[in-house]
Structure formats: C-alpha cells, structure tokens
Ligand binder design. Structure first.
Ligand code: EPU
Length: 423
C-alpha cells in the first residue's frame, strides 16, 4: 500500500487541467449495458473506481478497450449477473442494476454493505424498480430483480429521509428508458452527474426530459443505440484544488471546469475570504489566497446546495481559517472521520450529531495520519500542504479511487509531495 508524504510549506502556483467526473463516468459506463452497439466514452478519469466498473462490465461479457481517457465498450452477449468479488469493492456498482433489468429482464447484483461514511441503503433504488414492475428477491447476499414481462412506466417518488438519491435516480432513469409507456420520477436528484447521464441516454435514443430538476419524465423506447459521449468536468476534483489553492496558493488556475456546477463551492471559498475569478466562458478559474480570512457556516444539501463530497476538504481549509466555522452534513451525518485525523495534526474541532464546530488555529503540524475514505483522504492532503513538517498519509488507495494522478497534479503546481511504497 502506498503512502503520500507531503512536505508542508510549499506555495502552489500555475495551472492544471481538471479531469472528467468520476461520479458521472460510473453510471454512464453502466449505461452502456442498455445497447448491444459500441459506445465511446471520452474523459473517463483513470481512477480505481472507473477501473472497477470497467472490470465489472468485462466480467459480464462486455468487450472493453481503454486508452488515455477514452473507453470503447460493446455490451453484446452480456450475462445478467454482476460478480460479487468486484461489486463488493465499490458501492456504485449498484448502478448496473437498472440497465441490466431493462435490457435482459433480470439482474443479479450483490447487496452493497455499509461503508465508513455511514449506512448506505438501497431501499429507494428497489422501490423505484419495483414500481416499474420488477420483482425483488434476496438470496445469498444478492438482490435478484426480475421483470419477466418487461418494465412498465409509472409515477415514482424517490424522496428518502436524507433527500433525493443520486444513483437511485440514475438506476430508475436507466431502467425506464426501455420500459413500456411513460415514467415520472418525482423528488429526483438534480446533480450535474444525473444531467450528464440523461444527455448520454438521450444521445442513445432515449426520451428523457426534466433532468436537472426534481421531476424527470422518461418516455420508454423500444431500443437504444451506440454513441460517443464526453464526460463533464469533475466538480469535486475542481473544488478540492480550489481549496488547495486557497490554503497554499499564490495564483492557481484550474482549466476545464464548469462555473455553473461550482457555484456553491465558489461561494463558500469566497465567503471565507479568498478570490475566485472565472474567465468569460466559465471553463477556467484562478484562485488567489485572501488576506482577510474568516470562518463560515456550511450545511451540505442536494445540488445546487453545498455538496457533501466537498465537506471534508472545506473542513481542512477552515481548520486554519481564523474564527469559528460550523459545518453540518445533512446527507451523511457520520461523514466526519477526517476530523479525528485533523485533530491529531493540531486542529481544534468538535464533532457532535452530524455537525463539526471548527475553531481556526494558526498552523497545523505534521503527524502520521490515515485516510479513511476518498474525500477524507483529500482533506488530509490539503491540511498537510501548510502544516509544519512532513505528513505521511497512509491507505492512499482511498484517494486513488477518485482523484486522477493527484500527486502529479500537486507536483505540477509546486507542492512538495512524494508517493512511497508501503504504509
Ligand atoms: N439513501 C437512502 N436510500 C437509498 C439510497 C440513498 O436512504 O436507497 C440515502 C443515503 O443514505 C444518503 C442519501 O440518501 O443519506 C443520499 O445518498 P445518494 O443515494 O444520493 O448517494 P449515492 O447516489 O449512493 C452519490 C455519490 C456520492 C455522493 C452522494 C451524495 C456516486 C458514485 N456517488 O452516492 O459520492 O456522496 O451521491 O451526493 O455518484 C464520493 O464521490 O466521494 C461519494 C461518496
């Protein structure tokens, strides 16, 4: 297992390109199961989660070629069973369920377990697929979905106790593309990644309207065809580098971003006293560290609210921002594992009941720390950039799940980081 050693104190400058979105790529790759024709997906980030998805599709019989961000997939002659050994490694594998069911009338997928960011049920996915006419059974740790006579359009409300579900919306939307009749999803997730999936499916011949709002309508079609699609920029990777630039930068430019998708993150960074300037077309921005900083209050919320996937990184930024910040995660109230590690580096944070109260300290100090999940590990890297001394971050495989070449991108900006074997 690799470790990342971050020698604190370097100033970040220069420009990098933001990669394609991991969370848009995963359902889009799964969506290729809806057609027997070849699909070409561009800007798929080279991270282990997209590799798992590619491996799952290959194991189910898809023909996959991957080279520098472009994945060519043909899902002809596929099986209805996603192999447990691969599925258990990544919760997002659940999004093969909808397309398999729609295409083959049967899907066998292992039930994903909980994970460190909290309980992650799939009841809403199943409720939606059942409403389309699927029979749901559980056997030997698997979910078995069958629709012997095909799926039928229905009106479905996908609201859960923590708001809408992103992958649940994706699953039901994909299944409904080939259902007979019209499906209306109420309380749908409106995240840009859902819109990217809908754009991909519409290019394949689906009839989806309303993606990006809380009401999505899908008119079923008989079949879908192969397409080429370019994945949207990763707003969470962009946000993470915005936070890095705010912490340790002196003019960092991020290219290939989407200003619209970054509104809530930009607002939080600006509110804490930093400057974020976009170019006219909104696809590039430059971040300057501010001179007059202050704590902010943040509450995570479904899009267009502040994303839970940027909660840990902002907590790291606020750990050394003067004043008191209050950060509440309403989507994953247990997603505060990074705080214990940040405290080991000298941060003053109290976590209680889904809320972190952060009292900004002047500087953190290096300590050996452990990554617990993807975004928590990004938070530790950020904290280490300005900490006194060299921080060793172990269990780096968490960060490799979702950040493409993060160490190379940091090096390009002038950070002093090294990846070492072991740890
Ligand atoms: N929920 C239910 N029942 C369900 C599904 C979800 O109660 O059937 C609850 C969850 O427990 C949570 C809330 O609904 O409290 C929202 O979860 P959601 O289903 O939206 O999460 P997801 O679709 O499984 C995606 C991202 C996550 C991101 C969340 C929230 C992908 C591959 N994953 O997960 O990304 O945190 O939406 O925005 O798109 C990450 O990239 O680090 C990551 C964890």
């Amino acid at each position: 297992m690799d470790q990342l050693i971050v020698h604190g104190g370097a100033t970040l400058r220069g420009a990098i390109n933001i990669s394609g979105s991991k969370n848009a790529s995963l359902p889009i790759l799964a969506g290729t199961l809806l057609t027997a024709e070849p699909c070409i997906i561009r800007r798929v980030p080279d991270v282990s989660d997209t590799n798992y998805m590619v491996q799952i599709l290959s194991a189910m019989g898809a023909d996959v070629e991957r080279s520098s961000g472009t994945v060519r997939i043909t899902c002809d002659g596929i099986s209805d069973t996603a192999p447990y050994e691969l599925v258990r490694r990544m919760r997002a594998s659940i999004c093969v369920m909808g397309p398999l069911l729609a295409r083959l009338g049967r899907a066998v997928v292992s039930l994903p377990g909980g994970c460190v960011i909290g309980d992650r049920p799939v009841d809403l996915h199943l409720r939606g697929l059942e409403a389309l006419g699927a029979k749901v059974e559980f056997e030997g740790g698997n979910i078995i979905l069958t629709a012997e006579h095909g799926l039928r359009g229905a009106e479905i409300d996908l609201r859960g106790t923590h708001g809408p579900t992103v992958l649940g919306t994706d699953n039901v939307m994909m299944a409904a593309t080939l259902a007979e009749g019209t499906t209306v999803i109420e309380s749908a997730a409106a995240e840009p990644e859902v819109v990217d999936l809908a754009d991909f499916l519409n290019a394949m011949g689906a009839k989806i309207s309303g993606a990006g709002t809380s009401r999505i309508t899908i008119e079923g079609v008989k079949e879908l065809h192969g397409v080429e699609h370019t994945v949207i920029p990763d707003r969470i990777e962009a946000g993470t580098f915005m936070a890095a630039a705010a912490l340790a930068g002196d003019g960092v430019t991020l290219r290939r971003v989407n200003r619209e998708h970054l509104k809530a993150i930009t607002a939080a960074i600006v509110e804490s006293g930093h400057a974020v300037d976009f170019n006219e077309s909104g696809d590039s921005c430059t971040i300057h560290r501010g001179g007059n900083l202050k704590g902010v209050d943040l509450v995570t919320a479904p899009y267009p609210g502040y994303p839970t996937d940027m909660q840990a990184q902002m907590t790291a930024l606020l750990a050394t921002t003067p004043g008191i910040s209050v950060i509440k995660d309403t989507i994953f109230p247990q997603r505060f594992m990074h705080c214990a590690e940040l405290k080991r580096m000298g941060a003053d944070i109290k976590v209680d009941n889904g809320t972190a109260v952060v009292r900004g300290v002047e500087q953190l100090s290096a300590a050996p720390v452990m990554a617990s999940d993807l975004r928590a590990s990004a938070a530790l890297v950020l904290a280490a950039l300005t900490a006194k001394g060299s921080t060793a971050i172990s269990r780096l495989y968490h960060i490799d799940r979702g950040y493409e070449h993060i160490d190379e991108k940091l090096l390009m900006l002038g950070a002093n980081v090294e990846r070492v074997k072991g740890g």
